[in-house]
Design a protein around this ligand. Sequence first.
Ligand SMILES: [Fe+2]
Ligand SMILES: [Fe+2]
Length: 337
Amino acid sequence: MSNSINNQSRNEGDLMSPVLDDEKKALGPFELKDAKPSFAYRLYQQGCSNSWFPKEISLAQDKQEYETKLSDMEKHYIKYMLGFFCTAESLVANNITHALYKHINNPEYKLYLLRQAYEEANHTVTFLYIIDSLGLDRQEIFDMFKTIPEIGAKASFEEQFTTDIMSKQEISERELFKNLFGFYAIMEGLYFFSGFLIGLSFGRRQLLKGIASLFQYILRDETVHLGFGMQAMRQMIKDNPNLITDDLQAELVAIMKQAVELESNYAEVAMPEGILGLNKNYYLQYCQYIADRRMGALKMDPIYRVANPAPWLATQTDLPELVSFFEATPTSYESRV
Ligand SMILES: [Fe+2]
Ligand SMILES: [Fe+2]
């Protein structure tokens, strides 16, 4: 690993880069006993304290509402949402276990990634629970990344970040940063949050409240995942101010633009007509707003410069227990992630 981080960063206390300079740590024990807990270790503890299980929430009422109160277009969207999420959760888990984990040698980061991988599995099981509870066809939903090109395109786009590094023995910091950007800033930070916009909108309309509750549990987990990935990238930038070259920044901007374009294409088929008072333009504006927030959190210029069309959603992501990890005062978590 080129430009790996000096162990002295451990003495600075709280923040450490994902890659330390002792290569033996890649296969060594976690050695937590002497380490001052880093943000990654505290997020691991946060993840554990957030534990939940999908069947704690009954979806009996949701099934009744799905059959009697939802429009055909709303049902259509639900299927597309499930089709994307049940694939995406697996892709995140695959990226951790097949690619990212082996290139990280900071023990606290590795610990956190193990916790995150479990949570992604729990999310996959949650979507399976929703599919079964609504009486939908498992095979149809799980195959949508193959049968719906716009879902497949998002999946392929993300898979590329995994395949770029999974077969390599060593990667550069630039390659690691791009993987984190693809999975944390975009998959978790853009695609999941845009999915939450609609999922939670049902709950706001007093519909599918059980599913909306499950989405809130998932959102809580994903917010921690996002915080982990974004903090890891910020630490890499802090430790190596030359990391984000003009060339890399241009590449990241192009990647983010492609991600938003793929999401726009997905919205075109997932919600060809407005649902819940939302339409494609509203959805796209939210995606653009979120994309700019992720760029800004990495100290890069915004691309779209649009207002947040869904400020109500921001309040649901301002989790006080997470704010304390990143903020000295209990201000908005949204402003940092
Ligand atoms: Fe997840
Ligand atoms: Fe996640």
